[in-house]
Design a protein around this ligand. Structure first.
Ligand code: ATP
Length: 526
């Protein structure tokens, strides 16, 4: 991750927001290359999801909506994460990301009362003549190594207290702090900030919506919210879209836009930030339709789409939310997971939400959210399948999957390191770099500039005449440019006017005509 973050900064993909003021946690800026990459991801999604389908239309709803929207959707009451404060360091943690364990040590004898590491916490008789004593607690933040870290800390504690006996784990996998008893456990759990117990508060609900005021008054009646998801726009505008007469069930409404969540612990670079961009779609189906089939089709569509922009199949997996954890109205949710360097995490959630959202808005607004069924001559509220994905999470996934450091041989046979970003041509910020072999040969430069001008009418291209050709190739490798075209002496001297086409991944070179270059781009960049 460190290398990817460094590359993003160095080459202008992503910068911390307001960096000259020390940055603002959970906010990022996209630099010259990042903004191109992001736009390409968005465009691919929009083209495939909206323009190339007959059953989906687009929408751009406002970021700030009527506050009632968020009451109806349940966000005012329930869009919360459990929060734990450390009173000493003033740090805040998401309770479900803070793991803990009591450290129990088994001995042959009962620990005398005056020697109990936690006063009053007496040894327990665990049978076979053994006694178990809780000598303290350990905690660790969620990571790939949470369990190992807890065990290491437990051994460390045992060593520090010079407590003889065998370490016994009370649960197989660590528990998060929502499962801790506020009286028995929490006062003894060390804060990750200070390493000492006694400063953590019991978890409480924290609403993640950013509040703001609309209009000149600053009282409660003016409170509104920055949207925490784009999805509600599609529900609230459902009737307006239906009334345009352009759509017939089943149909979808898609939207790309910014969302805001006051995440307690933004982390893992742009994976979890406070301002991010979502691409969401609500696919409305008949109340009697086979929702399960439709849900499965959407999961596969989304998976195939991720493959089409170059994510490797080996990094993708599916996670079906257990029935008992679903909201009462939900019929099922499956997440497409991606193997990030910091663990396997949710990339795209595909939820079958029944007709809950439309019914809620009908209830709160008093405006029926129904459709007329010609066959049965009855009105009904459609059900919905919702694929919701974050642009930033896709962008991070393509960077992580594409990043490689390799050892390669240069022209003279010397081994050198090359950093390469294997970005799919569909989303690569620069599609082709045009390079005249020598910058002091006007004949080469003229042809190169002409080609560059022609290409840039349709594609994002880059013109580079500075430095040795090998170094110029490396610069393009590092930003993920799939092809370099070199204008060399053969171009101007031999018939056929061919260029050298150098391919990023294989580093193979071949000769190509201008017509073939355009044909290649036409086929690969869509
Ligand atoms: P998580 O469990 O990771 O917080 P979620 O289940 O709350 O995510 P949804 O509400 O389903 O997420 O949002 C849909 C998609 O929006 C997610 O799959 C993810 O790609 C993206 N997303 C959600 N929260 C963030 C965030 N804080 N930063 C970046 N992307 C996000």
């Amino acid at each position: 991750m460190d290398n990817i973050v460094a590359l993003c900064k160095r080459r202008g993909f992503i910068f911390p927001s307001s960096e000259i003021y020390g940055g603002l946690n959970g906010f990022f800026d996209y630099g010259p290359l990042g903004v191109e990459l992001k736009k390409n991801i968005r465009d691919c999604w929009w083209n495939d999801m909206v323009r190339r389908r007959d059953d989906i239309v687009g929408l751009e709803s406002s970021i700030i909506m009527h506050p009632k929207v968020w009451e109806a959707s349940g966000h005012v009451a329930g869009f919360t994460d459990p929060l734990v404060d450390c009173k000493e360091s003033k740090q805040r943690y998401r309770a479900d990301q803070l793991f803990w364990e009591p450290v129990n040590v088994e001995t042959d004898e009962r620990t005398p009362l005056e020697k109990l590491p936690i006063p009053g916490r007496e040894s327990l008789d665990v049978g076979n003549g053994k006694w178990s004593t809780t000598i303290g607690y350990v905690s660790a933040l969620e990571s790939e190594r949470t369990n190992e870290e807890l065990r290491e800390k437990a051994l460390e504690l045992k060593r520090k207290l010079a407590f003889k006996g065998e370490l016994r784990w009370s649960s197989i996998t660590a528990r998060d702090i929502t499962a801790a008893d506020p009286v028995r456990d929490i006062p003894h759990i060390p804060s990750p900030a200070t390493g000492k117990p006694g400063s953590l508060t019991p978890p409480r609900s924290f609403n993640m919506m950013f509040e703001t005021y609309v209009g000149a008054l600053r009282d409660d009646s003016a409170i509104s919210y920055l949207r925490p998801e784009t999805a509600q726009g599609m529900f609230v505008d459902f009737k307006s879209v239906v009334d345009t007469g352009r759509v017939k069930l089943p149909f979808g409404i898609a939207q790309i836009g910014k969302s805001f969540r006051n995440e307690i612990t933004p982390r893992n670079f742009i994976f979890r930030s406070r301002e991010f961009e979502q691409m969401e779609m609500e696919y409305f189906i008949h109340e009697d339709a086979d929702w399960d089939k439709c849900h499965k089709e959407w999961i596969e569509w989304c998976r195939q789409w991720l493959l089409s922009i170059g994510l490797p199949e080996s990094h993708l997996s599916l996670y079906a939310h257990p029935k008992e954890k679903l909201a009462f109205y939900s019929k099922g949710t499956v997440d497409i997971m991606f193997k990030y360097p910091f663990g396997v995490q949710e990339l795209w959630g595909i939820a079958a939400r029944g007709n809950y959202d439309l019914e809620q808005h009908a209830k709160f607004s008093g405006v029926p959210q129904v459709i007329f069924d010609e066959a049965t001559k009855k009105k009904f509220t459609p059900h919905v399948i919702e694929p919701a994905v974050g642009v930033d999470r896709i962008l991070l996934a393509v960077l992580c999957a594409g990043y490689a450091e390799e050892e390669v041989k240069d022209d003279k046979g010397n081994v050198e390191k090359r950093t390469v970003l294997r970005l799919n041509p569909r989303i690569a910020p620069v599609k082709v770099a045009v390079l005249p072999l020598l910058k002091n040969k006007p004949e080469l430069v003229a042809v190169a500039q002409k080609l560059h001008a022609k290409l840039k009418r349709k594609y994002a291209v880059f013109y580079d005449e500075g430095g040795a050709i090998g170094r110029r190739y490396r610069r393009q490798d590092e930003i993920g440019t799939p092809w370099c075209v070199t204008i060399d002496f053969e171009t101007i001297e031999k018939p056929g006017a061919t260029f050298t086409l150098r391919e990023r991944d294989s580093m193979q070179q071949k000769r190509i005509t201008e017509a073939d270059l355009f044909a290649l781009l036409e086929e690969q960049v869509y």
